[in-house]
Design a protein. Structure first.
Length: 384
């Protein structure tokens, strides 16, 4: 453990480490958001998100590794084999892609038994372990790209095992977390995955020893640290570009869907008002205003139902409330707090059938149907 601490405290430039951590957190959080989005959309619309998530996450983790490598002081000049460096990038992207594919297979009833070994293990365990081994492979392949002048890397096997087992174990924790449910769980999953990446880097680097090897020369084709820094900057820029583009797509699609929903709401023949858990108006359609013209100046987002009821009482449009306004308002609010079914209410010269329905989030949806003609027809038949 002292070796790991010494590697962290003395062998790294702390001016660069915060940059590496930020890139890691940003890329992993973006990848988890894209995974969450892929889960929510129809299967035919998943491909862009399923392709982008491992790309963003992979480029981010790879960039994190090489930024941290730039912060590492080996004590001798170092360069990088371009082919092996790019291979490490391909390894992490493919591994995260495989992890994501396995994760969605675990959610599919047709393939769940395969991924969970007959439901003997959590559905997310194999995907999480795959991601952990992918990051491990990327780290050690990336280390294999380093070329020193007059030195080679030798490995402390127990620390290598500790790095691999510990890193994969940390990633496995994600399998027991509700990563794809809300922003809090996405943040928790991001934090755990980032811990796994950091563990693999710092414990893995503490397992490396730079051993003098006279006669070892850096190949001419090896890339300098400056070139790798440029590649890393390009990778981070690509990651930000993809994240920005897909975030815009998500925003646009939500706006588009919301617009379609609002069109459908406005096309309804009945009045509809949607209230939040505090009974404050959030959405209403044109018909809701048509059958309640006395609310023309009162309808606005955030107004409470009780305030709207007070407007009607002051306008005197509830005949059955005349002379007992306070008691009637209390009865109406009690009915609203505990909806039992539709009720008929005279509002001015109209008769409305009003039905309040509780939503899963504790809000209320109020549907108002104009039944004036039906009431008048029934009265006419009764008088005939």
């Amino acid at each position: 453990m002292r070796t790991v601490i010494n590697c962290l405290v003395y062998d790294h430039d702390w001016r660069l480490l915060p940059v590496a951590v930020f890139v890691c957190l940003f890329s992993l959080a973006t990848a988890f958001v894209l995974i969450d989005r892929a889960q929510r959309v129809a299967r035919r619309l998943r491909l862009p998100y399923m392709a982008a998530a491992p790309l963003v996450g992979g480029v981010g983790v790879w960039s994190t590794h090489f930024i941290a490598m730039q912060a590492y002081d080996a004590g001798v000049p170092a360069r990088y084999d371009p082919g092996v460096t790019l291979l490490s990038l391909a390894v992490i992207i493919l591994a995260l892609g495989a992890s994501l594919t396995l994760g969605f297979a675990a959610l599919d009833p047709r393939h769940r038994a395969i991924v969970t070994f007959g439901r003997r293990i959590p559905g997310g365990l194999i995907p999480a372990v795959t991601a952990g081994f992918g990051v491990t492979a990327m780290h050690f392949v990336g280390m294999g790209a380093v070329r020193f002048s007059g030195a080679v890397i030798t490995w402390n096997l127990p620390l290598v095992i500790l790095a691999v087992v510990g890193g994969v174990a940390i990633f496995s924790i994600i399998a027991f977390m509700p990563v794809w449910r809300d922003w809090r769980s996405i943040a928790q999953g991001t934090a755990v995955a980032a811990m796994g990446v950091c563990w693999l880097h710092f414990v893995g680097m503490s397992a490396a020893a730079i051993t003098p090897a006279p006669g070892i020369l850096i190949p001419e084709a090896a890339a300098s640290a400056r070139v790798i820094s440029a590649w890393t900057m390009i990778g981070v820029g690509l990651m930000v570009l993809i994240a920005t583009f897909l975030t815009g797509m998500i925003w646009w699609s939500r706006r588009s869907v919301l617009g379609q929903v609002m069109e459908a709401i406005h096309a309804m023949p009945d009045g509809l008002g949607v209230y939040d858990a505090d009974d404050r108006l959030q959405i209403w359609n044109e018909r809701y205003l048509d059958i309640s013209p006395h609310l023309a100046n009162a309808l606005k987002v955030g107004v409470s139902f009780e305030e709207l009821l007070e407007v009607g009482l002051k306008a005197g449009i509830y005949p059955e409330a005349v002379g007992r306004e306070s008691a009637w308002a209390a009865e109406r609010m009690a009915q609203r707090r505990n909806p039992q079914g539709p009720r008929e209410l005279q509002v001015g010269e109209r008769w409305l059938r009003i039905q309040d329905r509780r939503t899963g989030g504790g809000g209320l949806v109020t549907v108002c149907s104009d039944i004036t003609d039906m009431i008048r027809s029934a009265d006419a038949l009764a008088e005939a």
